[in-house]
Design a protein around this ligand. Structure first.
Ligand SMILES: *[C@@H]1O[C@H](CO)[C@@H](O)[C@H](O)[C@H]1NC(C)=O
Ligand SMILES: *[C@@H]1O[C@H](CO)[C@@H](O)[C@H](O)[C@H]1NC(C)=O
Length: 359
């Protein structure tokens, strides 16, 4: 009887604890976020291995990180993008930084309609106070946000919409004339203080800046395409709808830009930056809308820009190489010594034996 009481008391305590946990989970609501502590990418110094063409073959030897894609506004595991994870890889060549984003998805493409094609964005912290949440997180409204009232909350955004872009062709890198988009091409360089205070680089409430450039260049591809070169616009839609495969989005940007207005992230070799990546996908043929995107984490993800000749990230293989190289040298030295000793011994033999007592 008393055992049953004890059991019931325990059961009750467990139920109470569960209820409390559930309540506290609910309370935290929207701001609840459990970022993966392991999530991190490394842009190593790997000059001359990738070509900016949207193809991923040349990235095969570069390690990336696989991120689950969850809705930015509701990062719930149940609502994860089902077709696969997003692999993000990065490297630099001392001048430019390169990114490869790979994400599985059936081929969908509607020429001219960006919202009926997949789309990706990268976001970087610029100002030290800028949060991942709310794209900088400045509390000002669209009427009051400006470079003074939101100082320190700047984030840098690159957005690539592919509805007017031919796979395998290079876009971006344009100078900015007022509207930000060069020739209606949707690889844009933006900055923001919050989702409602977003501008193209070089424009905004603080006026136009003639130095501003779209510093990003990029290309895209889908693994279902059968030819590896030379699509033109008339080939659209480039492949058959619904084909299984992987989308590739490849980008580059100079480590440093001419920005004078806190609109671009500046990358420093040997230092970490904070980034995020977003993905839009037109599910069931329905166009996506701006806020309905997936992101790689519910907070900033660190990105290391590592110096050249660093062993970081490749420790295992490079120390193995060094060890085996050393072993090889050592065995070669041992081999030489043995030949020398052998030679010495055989030479000694040819010297006539001289008894000591004769000396
Ligand atoms: C920025 O906004 C603040 C607050 O709305 C305003 O007082 C200030 O004059 C604005 N500054 C500029 C440069 O527009
Ligand atoms: C910036 O340039 C665009 C196009 O040249 C012009 O329409 C706009 O009024 C300019 N904005 C400012 C604040 O000068």
């Amino acid at each position: 009887m008393s055992l049953l009481h004890l059991f019931l008391a325990c059961l009750f305590a467990v139920i109470l604890a569960c209820a409390q946990f559930a309540a506290s989970h609910q309370e935290s609501g929207d701001s609840h976020c459990d970022p993966d502590d392991e999530a991190r990418i490394s842009a190593q110094f790997r000059p001359g291995i990738v070509t900016l063409d949207g193809h991923a073959d040349d990235w095969a030897d570069v390690d990336g990180f696989e991120f689950p894609l969850r809705p930015a506004l509701d990062p719930d595991e149940d609502k994860e993008y089902k077709a696969g994870k997003m692999t993000v890889k990065a490297l630099h060549d001392g001048t430019d930084v390169f990114f490869m984003l790979q994400v599985d998805g059936d081929y969908v493409y509607s020429k001219g309609d960006d919202h009926k094609c997949p789309s990706v964005a990268l976001m970087f912290q610029v100002g030290e106070s800028a949060t991942y949440h709310d794209m900088g997180g400045c509390k000002e409204s669209p009427d009051t946000c400006n470079s003074t009232s939101c100082r320190g909350f700047e984030v840098d955004i690159m957005h690539f919409s592919i509805g007017n872009s031919i796979p395998g062709r290079l876009y971006g890198g344009n100078s900015i004339s007022g509207e930000g988009k060069g020739d209606g091409i949707a690889l844009v360089d933006m900055y923001s203080w919050n989702p409602h205070c977003r501008n193209f680089d070089g424009s905004g409430t603080s006026g136009n800046d003639s130095i501003a450039l779209n510093n990003w260049k990029g290309a895209w591809w889908h693994s279902s395409f059968s030819i590896h070169s030379g699509f033109i616009e008339d080939d659209s839609p480039y492949g058959s709808s619904g084909q299984k495969g992987t989308y590739y989005f490849e980008f580059s940007r100079p480590l440093r830009t001419m920005d004078r207005l806190q609109q671009d992230a500046q990358f420093t070799i040997g230092q970490a930056s904070k980034f995020s990546a977003a993905f839009w996908y037109p599910t069931d043929g329905n166009p996506w809308h701006g806020s309905a995107h997936y992101t790689v984490s519910c907070d900033w993800v660190p990105m290391d820009v590592t110096p050249g000749f660093s062993t970081q990230g490749k420790v295992a293989s490079s120390s193995w190489d060094a060890a085996s190289g050393f072993a090889l040298i050592l065995s070669f030295v041992a081999f030489c010594v043995s030949i020398f000793v052998g030679h010495l011994v055989s030479k000694r033999k040819s010297v006539p034996f001289t008894p000591i007592d004769r000396l």
